[in-house]
Write a protein that binds this ligand. Structure first.
Ligand code: ADP
Ligand code: MG
Ligand code: ZN
Length: 484
């Protein structure tokens, strides 16, 4: 028996990834005061003594934020704590006027959940810090580059979601974050806009020899503010760690910044430990003990969630997995699809799904399907015309172009533009001309070279501008050549 030994340089490693996600809740007011939430308003116009941390003020928890947080806990199949505790997380920074953030620590609102293949470690409620803006050279004060603070964001309700380290590739992390985003969007609890910071993600990354179970030392990539940066940042960090281990070194636990422009990873700080924050229970707040009525209301507010919807579309309508997921993860698209399907019971679900996810999506760009001039009923009608062989597939795409540009009903556009399927009468002469113009191809078809048919059919399609049915055209050509 031979033994195979591997040296560190040739060993295969596998990534281990856990995500920490901050979600700004879309409540009317802030977490502990009555200030309105705002995005992009004039700086420092939504503040009060509570969210500015003036002495003697008291926090009052926001019932709507708690309702949203309970919905998230339930949607992620978590166990909800009967009594969770608010803590003070102490640190000094200009974006934190009280000198501490009210968060949750050892007893969070909920824990031990799951979304898709990934276990959710915990979900807790906290408040956001204010926004520190580095004004750079344009904002000099006494000759020094200034940073300014906008307190509008300070005190915005946040839910933090922490996963178990169950992800094993950058792509899987990206896909899972998309599922989470779709789920939160469907819940209606947040704008989940990564550009605007209402959804923010930190990625914890380590590697270990493939097939082993012990976790390696992790690093934390801060604020990956798009799906693409998240995937690229994790990939870059995995490569960096592999190089360190292959070189015989050790990964250091630290917090890193990924620069999407240069692809470089730089150290922000060595990792802080929880004892650095001097957590202690917030003395101004009682424990959060949801009543049965609050739990019932949160449960009743749950819509069908994307993971369940994808499964239903696949199981009940027989859609391919990718198509079902695309429709379910982009809820507006799924809604469009299901209302188109409802508009015409005769349409084949898979055909309609492909028109929505391929053709319509290509013409929508960033436009929400609800705002598109193409109505679900009109698209269903178009697909029915194709299925009934009233228009060819390529003519139907032209009809869809017209509908996407200016609305209208398919039948009217077909009539107006003469896009109806060419009838046998019209085709006969065209078939004759194509046969005459392609003697070489005709010879090959007669000799049994099936591929040569393409040249003849192509000529007919060109002449009818795609208004002919390919199968029908082939049949006519063969009949004309006495091969039918
Ligand atoms: P910390 O105390 O540093 O905050 P936690 O145990 O709270 O660490 O985990 C924070 C996040 O890091 C979680 O998402 C968790 O899944 C992830 N994580 C923990 N250990 C590892 C590891 N070795 N590799 C990758 N991710 C990890
Ligand atoms: Mg942590
Ligand atoms: Zn306030």
């Amino acid at each position: 028996m031979t033994t195979v030994t591997t040296t560190p340089t040739e060993r295969a490693y596998e990534p281990v990834i856990g995500l920490e996600i901050h979600v700004q809740l879309r409540t009317q007011t802030k977490m502990f005061c009555g200030c309105a939430l705002s995005f992009g308003d004039e700086p420092n116009t939504h503040t009060c003594p509570v969210c500015l941390g003036h002495p003697g003020t008291l926090p009052v928890p926001n019932a709507e934020a708690i309702h949203f947080a309970l919905m998230i806990g339930l949607a992620l199949e978590c166990e909800l704590a009967p009594r969770s505790i608010f803590h003070r997380k102490n640190y000094f920074y200009p974006d934190l006027p009280k000198g501490y953030q009210i968060s949750q620590f050892d007893v969070p609102l909920s824990r031990s959940g799951r979304l898709g293949d990934v276990r959710v470690h915990r979900v807790h409620l906290e408040e956001d810090a204010a926004k520190l803006v580095h004004a750079g050279a344009s904002g000099r004060i006494h000759g020094a580059e200034a940073s300014v603070v906008d307190f509008n964001r300070g005190g915005t309700p946040l839910v933090e979601i922490v996963t178990e380290p169950d992800l094993s590739s950058p792509e899987q992390a990206g896909e899972w974050l998309r599922l989470l985003r779709a789920t939160l969007k469907r819940l209606g609890v947040s704008d989940v806009n990564m550009d605007e910071g209402s959804l923010r993600c930190d990625a914890n990354v380590s590697i270990r020899p493939a097939g082993t179970a012990t976790l390696g030392t992790k690093t934390e990539l801060k604020n990956m503010n798009s799906f693409r940066f998240l995937e690229r940042g994790i990939a870059a960090e995995v490569t960096r760690q592999e190089q360190i281990l292959r070189g015989g070194g050790e990964v250091e636990q630290e917090t890193l910044h990924f620069d999407p422009q240069t692809g470089a990873l730089s150290s922000l700080r060595s990792k802080e430990e929880s004892h650095d924050y001097r957590y202690f229970p917030e003395p101004d707040l009682v424990p959060l003990a949801p009543t049965q009525a609050m739990l019932d209301r949160a449960r009743a507010a749950l819509p069908e969630l994307p993971a369940a919807r994808a499964e239903r579309l696949e199981r009940e309508l027989g859609l391919p997995t990718d198509t079902a997921r695309l429709l379910a993860f982009r809820s507006e698209l799924g809604d469009f699809y299901e209302s188109a399907l409802g508009a015409d019971g005769a349409t084949d679900p898979a055909t309609l799904a492909s028109w929505v996810t391929v053709e319509l999506v290509a013409r929508l760009g960033d436009v929400d399907p609800v705002e598109s001039p193409v109505s679900p009923e009109a698209l269903a009608e178009l697909v029915r015309l194709v299925s009934a062989r009233s228009v060819s597939g390529s003519a139907a795409k032209e009809v869809l172009d017209a509908m996407a540009a200016g609305g209208g009903r398919p039948e009217a556009i077909v009539a107006e533009r003469g896009l109806g399927l060419a009838g046998a009468g019209e085709l006969e002469a065209i078939v004759d001309r194509a046969i005459e113009a392609n003697p070489d191809a005709v010879e090959k078809v007669r000799a049994g070279t099936g591929k040569a048919m393409g040249a003849i059919v192509g000529a007919i399609m060109r002449e009818t501008k795609g208004r002919a049915d390919g199968g029908e055209v082939q049949r006519m050509v063969r009949e004309r050549l006495g091969l039918g």
